[in-house]
Design a protein around this ligand. Structure first.
Ligand code: PAP
Length: 335
C-alpha cells in the first residue's frame, strides 16, 4: 500500500469560513441576495451591505448582544483604510498613562494592534455569540467595520465615541486586492484578477461594500453629530499626523496637556512607535500571527498614498472616479 502526504490548504480566517453557522444564520441565508466572494465562497447582502456567511453571523450576534458602555471607544473603518494604524495610535494615546513607552514589553512592541483592539464583528462575536467582555479595562477599545446603520442599538443610544477612518477608494481597492489575494494563496486558491474584482468592487460587492455607502453613512453622521463621530481620512493622517493625533485626543476626552504639547516628546514618540516602518519591522509583526490566523505581516504592505498609480489603468481610474463623483454628489465629501 502506498502512502502519501497531502498538503492540506491552510484555512482562511474564521470570518471567511462558510461552516459552523448557527441555525438562525443557516435559515436566514437562503432569503438573502448572494454573489460570488473574493475569498469566501459567497457574499450575502444584509441591510444593504455584503458579508461572507460566518462574518454575517458575527454581525448579527454583535447587533443583538453588544451592550455599549458610555466610556467605550469604537474605531470604525472601511477595510484596508488604515485600521491597523488607527488601532495603534488610539491605543498608544488612550493608554499613555498606563504604559511607559520605554518599557521593553510595551504592549505595541509585543502585540499586533489587532490583538490590542479587537474587532467586535470579525472576531469577538464570530468566536462567541455571547462573549464576556467584563475583563476589558475601561475605557474599552473595540473596532468594527460595521456600516453606521448596522451598529448595535446600544452604540447609537450610549454617549460612547466613534472614530471613523476611510481612505481614497483607489488605494483602498488596491490594498484589498493584494490582501485578499494573499489569503487566497495561503488557502491554495488561484488569485483574483484586478479586472474581475474591480468590477465587483464598483458594483458594491466587496466585504462591507458598497464602499461609498459605508463612507457616506459615517460622513453624514459626523456632520449631524460631531461629538459622536470623528471622521478622518488616511491621506490627512499621513500628511499631518501631529495635528490629527491632537484632534483625536481632544475628541476622545484624552487631550494632551499643555506640558505634553510643549515638550512635544510624547506626541512624536507615539507617532514614531505607530509609524509604518516601526510597526512593520517589529519582530511580532514580521513573524507573528493573529489568533484568527492571519499573518501579522499581511497588514503592512506599502503604507503609502497613491500606490494605485502602479496598478490601475486609466480606464479603471476613470471608472472609480466617476462612480465616486456620482455617489458623493453634493455631500461635500471628497476622497
Ligand atoms: P484591515 O482593515 O483589514 O484591518 P488595514 O490596516 O486597514 O487592514 O490595511 C492595511 C493597510 O494599511 C495597508 O495598506 P497598503 O496595502 O496600501 O500598503 C498597510 O500597509 C497600511 N498600514 C498598516 N500600518 C500602517 C501604518 N502604521 N501607517 C500607514 N499605513 C499603514
Amino acid at each position: 500500500m502506498s502512502t502519501h502526504l497531502e498538503t492540506s490548504p491552510t484555512l482562511p480566517p474564521k470570518y471567511l469560513q462558510d461552516d459552523k453557522l448557527t441555525q438562525e444564520c443557516e435559515e436566514l441565508l437562503p432569503s438573502l441576495p448572494k454573489e460570488k466572494g473574493w475569498v469566501s465562497s459567497h457574499f450575502y447582502q444584509y441591510k444593504g451591505f455584503w458579508h461572507p456567511a460566518r462574518q454575517l453571523q458575527g454581525v448579527i450576534a454583535c447587533q443583538k448582544h453588544f451592550e455599549a458602555q458610555n466610556s467605550d471607544i469604537l474605531l470604525v473603518t472601511t477595510p484596508k483604510s488604515g485600521t491597523t494604524w488607527l488601532k495603534a495610535i488610539v491605543f498608544a494615546l488612550v493608554k499613555r498613562m498606563h504604559y511607559h513607552r520605554g518599557m521593553e514589553n510595551y504592549p505595541l512592541f509585543m502585540n499586533n494592534p489587532h490583538d490590542l483592539v479587537p474587532f467586535l464583528d470579525l472576531k469577538i462575536y464570530v468566536e462567541n455569540q455571547t462573549p464576556d467582555l467584563s475583563s476589558f479595562p475601561c475605557p474599552r477599545l473595540f473596532a468594527t467595520h460595521l456600516p453606521f446603520n448596522s451598529l448595535p442599538k446600544s452604540v447609537h443610544n450610549a454617549p460612547c465615541k466613534i472614530v471613523y477612518l476611510c481612505r481614497n477608494p483607489k488605494d483602498t481597492f488596491v490594498s484589498l486586492w493584494h490582501f485578499t489575494n494573499k489569503l487566497r494563496l495561503i488557502g491554495n486558491m488561484e488569485t483574483n484578477s484586478l479586472e474581475d474584482v474591480l468590477d465587483r468592487f464598483c458594483k458594491g460587492v466587496s466585504i462591507y461594500g458598497p464602499f461609498w455607502d459605508h463612507v457616506l453613512g459615517y460622513w453624514k453622521e459626523s456632520l449631524e453629530n460631531p461629538n459622536k463621530v470623528l471622521f478622518l481620512k488616511y491621506e490627512d493622517l499621513k500628511e499631518n499626523p501631529t495635528f490629527y493625533l491632537k484632534k483625536i485626543g481632544e475628541f476622545l476626552d484624552f487631550p494632551f496637556s499643555s506640558e505634553e504639547e510643549k515638550s512635544g516628546g510624547i506626541l512624536e514618540e507615539i507617532l514614531t512607535i505607530c509609524s509604518f516602518d516601526n510597526l512593520k519591522n517589529l519582530e511580532v509583526n514580521k513573524s507573528g500571527k493573529l489568533s484568527s490566523g492571519e499573518e501579522n505581516k499581511a497588514f503592512f504592505r506599502r503604507g503609502e498614498v497613491g500606490d494605485w498609480k502602479n496598478f490601475l489603468t486609466a480606464e479603471m481610474v476613470d471608472r472609480i472616479n466617476s462612480l465616486t463623483e456620482e455617489k458623493f454628489g453634493a455631500s461635500g465629501l471628497e476622497l
